[in-house]
Ligand binder design. Sequence first.
Ligand code: UT7
Length: 314
Amino acid sequence: MRRSRIIGTGSHLPRKVLTNHDLEGMVDTSDEWITTRTGIKERRIVDGEKPSDLATVAALKAIDSSGLEPGNLDLIIVATVTPDMTFPSTACFVQERIGAGKAFAFDVSAACSGFIYALDVADRYIRSGGAEHVLVVGVDVFSRILDWSDRTTCILFGDGAGAVVMKGEEGERGILSTHLHSDGRYWKMLYAPLNGCGQEGVKMQGNETFKVAVRMMEQVSMEALRSNGLRVEDIDLFIPHQANARIIKTTAERLSLPLDRVYMNIERYGNTSAASIPIAMDEAFREGRIRDGHILLLAAFGGGFTWASSVIRW
Ligand code: UT7
């Protein structure tokens, strides 16, 4: 059976660190509140870099680890809601910067679920024979669209990029399933107006979003397990979107999944939106927590609302 296998991973975070203590000097908050309510200790913030700058570095690392050359790529998909420009797509900037002359390129917009949405599109291109080698990047620069005077949102997010290279191949390894969902009736709970920044930036009804997020993360994870005939014990590593440590822990608890099989790096990066899962995947792989044959479960939830899951045999 033809499947899409991930053959390379990469990630890139801006160098500038913004700690909870730094935020104490900007809004009425405390390290104690942020740590206990979200699990975040610090996040990375761009210092002039554009989304395509972060995406390009993550992409080159993923391509390098895959053993391919940029010229081998047929397709580039970038998941982002903070593109460099209205157009062209950030994917076109990446295509030019890495020299992937053969690849066609486009962006996917699904907020924090964007990476799994892009993975789904890539998988379908590969399995249908429309592409052989695909680069999927998740990148977001929320620092540009936050209201830095709103303590209910500005403490949550960070900037970053993560990437994977996928290849079509016969066998048992690769993407086993993807499940995507959207419900636009909830859009007002989490949104950013077009070109919004400052007080016109990201708006969120945090508490209500939290409750729906926990419910949908559990549902979409169970849907993924059921459709593959898997039990929770079969999951070697759960890589959830990193929005809030409490959402992740509650989801794990509801799934009866022990925390040593759950990947978390939210304490260092905050919520990097579409970048959080590929950054976590890259770190987990480099730390040796993902090995050949491992079964991974990915799950994400974000603005739209959108939510999604994927099961991968590595
Ligand atoms: O990735 C996309 C999806 N995003 C999410 O899933 C995020 C979902 N939401 C959350 O993670 C949480 O709801 C938050 C972390 C945003 C907030 O945590 P919470 O436990 O839901 O707090 P809350 O909104 O119910 O606020 C509790 C209190 C309020 O004060 P009062 O009304 O009880 O006096 C807030 O004004 O905490 C206050 N508060 C803060 N205090 C200090 C809100 N933000 C802050 C802050 N520092 N930064």
